[in-house]
Write a protein that binds this ligand. Structure first.
Ligand code: NDP
Length: 334
C-alpha cells in the first residue's frame, strides 16, 4: 500500500518536504476489522493543526506516522459482522491507499449518492454548517449573515441555509472568480473579495455597504483581517459561531495587538461568541443526514468539489487549500 506520512513539523505554511510518500505491506484485518481500498480522501484545514506538536482537542500526528484524514472506499475483506466485500464505506482511513479499520468507526454509504459527498456537503463540513448555524447562529428571517471562506464546503452551506431561512447573506471570498461563484452558484446576496482590500478598514467599508443594516451573525471561518473588519459592524446581541480561524493557522501575524478592540466589541454589543468543535455533536448526525441527503439528491443544495488526482498529489493540494487555491471541497481521488 502507498501512504503519506509526516516527515517533519512545518514552520508556518507547510511545504512539500514536510510530507513523505512511502509504501508498506498490505495489512490483514483482525477479528472485528475491515480492509478498505481507499477511493476518495478528504483534505481539511484542521489537518494543519494536527501537524504541530501542541496540546489541542485531538492528538497530533507523530513524526513518521500516516497523516490523519477521512476517506471513503470499497471493502476488500471483512472480518466484521455487517460489512461485506464490495460495500462502500467511510471512516478515518488516513492519507493512504488502503486502511484496516475497526467496524465501529465505519459507516456504510447510501448507494444513491456519489461517495465523495460523504466527505463534503453530506459529511463533516456540511454537518458543521448545519449544526453550528442551528445551535449557535440561531438565524431569524430579515437578519444579515456574513461568512468568510464562503465558497468552501462549510461557508457555502452556511450561506444557503441562512438564505433559505430568510436572511440577507454576504460572502467574503478570495478573488473575483470565487465571488462570482458565491453569488451565482451559492445564491449569496453579495460577495466581497478580501484579496482586493489591503487592510481591515478598507474591507470594512465594502462590508458596510453590503450589509447596510449591520451584521447579526458573523460565521467565523477565517479570523484575521475579516474578523477585524466585521466586529465593529456587529449589531447588538449579534451571534458569532467560532468555527475556524484559518488566516492564523500558520501564525498569528501580530493580531494580539487588536485583542482589546475585539474584547470591547463583545462587551459593548453584548455579542454571543460561541466556539464549537463538531466532534461534540455526532449524536445529531443521523438527523442532519435525514434532513440534507434528500435535498442534495434533489439538486436543491449546490456544492462544488475540487479533485486532485493521485495520493502523491495530496500534499500540494493540501497546501493549496490553506492558500485558498481550492474551488469547493478539496478531495483527492486516491
Ligand atoms: P475551505 O474549503 O473553505 O478552505 C479554506 C479556505 O479558507 C480557502 O479556500 C480560502 O478561501 C480561505 N482562506 C485561507 N486563508 C485565508 C485568509 N488568510 N483569510 C481569509 N480566508 C482565507 O475550508 P472548509 O469549508 O473545510 O473549512 C472552513 C473553516 O471551518 C476552516 O477554518 C476550518 O478549520 C473550519 N472547520 C471547523 C470545524 C469545527 O468543528 N469547528 C469543522 C470543519 C471546519 P478564500 O480563497 O475564499 O479566501
Amino acid at each position: 500500500m502507498r501512504r503519506i506520512t509526516l516527515a517533519r513539523r512545518p514552520q508556518g505554511m507547510p511545504v512539500p518536504q514536510d510530507f513523505a510518500l512511502d509504501t508498506a505491506p498490505l495489512p490483514n484485518p483482525a477479528e472485528g476489522e475491515v480492509l478498505v481500498a481507499v477511493e476518495w480522501l478528504s483534505l481539511d484545514p484542521y489537518m494543519r493543526g494536527r501537524m504541530d506538536d501542541v496540546r489541542s482537542y485531538a492528538p497530533s500526528v507523530g513524526l513518521g506516522e500516516v497523516m490523519t484524514g477521512q476517506g471513503t472506499g470499497r471493502v476488500l475483506a471483512s472480518r466484521a459482522p455487517g460489512f461485506a466485500a464490495g460495500d462502500q464505506v467511510t471512516g478515518i482511513t488516513g492519507w493512504a491507499s488502503h486502511a484496516v479499520l475497526p467496524a465501529p468507526g465505519l459507516r456504510k454509504l447510501d448507494a444513491g449518492l456519489p461517495p465523495s459527498t460523504a466527505l463534503g456537503v453530506l459529511g463533516m463540513p456540511g454537518f458543521t454548517a448545519w449544526t453550528g448555524l442551528r445551535e449557535y447562529g440561531r438565524p431569524k428571517a430579515g437578519e444579515t449573515l456574513v461568512v468568510g471562506a464562503a465558497t468552501g464546503p462549510v461557508g457555502s452551506l452556511v450561506g444557503q441555509l441562512a438564505r433559505a431561512a430568510g436572511l440577507r447573506t454576504v460572502a467574503v471570498a478570495g478573488g473575483p472568480e470565487k465571488c462570482r461563484l458565491a453569488t451565482e452558484t451559492f445564491g449569496f446576496d453579495a460577495a466581497i473579495d478580501h484579496r482586493a482590500h489591503d487592510d481591515a478598514s478598507s474591507l470594512r467599508k465594502a462590508l458596510a455597504q453590503a450589509a447596510p443594516d449591520g451584521v447579526d451573525i458573523y460565521w467565523e471561518n477565517v479570523g484575521g483581517k475579516t474578523l477585524e473588519a466585521v466586529l465593529p459592524l456587529m449589531n447588538t446581541h449579534g451571534r458569532i459561531p467560532v468555527c475556524g480561524t484559518i488566516a492564523w493557522y500558520g501564525g498569528a501575524d501580530g493580531a494580539q495587538d487588536r485583542l482589546p478592540m475585539a474584547w470591547r466589541a463583545i462587551l459593548v454589543k453584548r455579542l454571543h461568541v460561541h466556539g464549537f468543535i463538531i466532534f461534540d455533536h455526532w449524536q445529531h448526525f443521523p438527523e442532519f443526514l435525514a434532513d440534507m441527503a434528500p435535498k442534495v439528491a434533489a439538486g436543491e443544495i449546490a456544492f462544488l468539489e475540487d479533485v486532485a488526482d493521485g495520493l502523491e498529489n495530496a500534499p500540494e493540494a493540501f497546501i493549496g487549500l490553506l492558500q485558498g487555491r481550492n474551488r469547493g471541497k478539496q478531495l483527492v481521488r486516491v
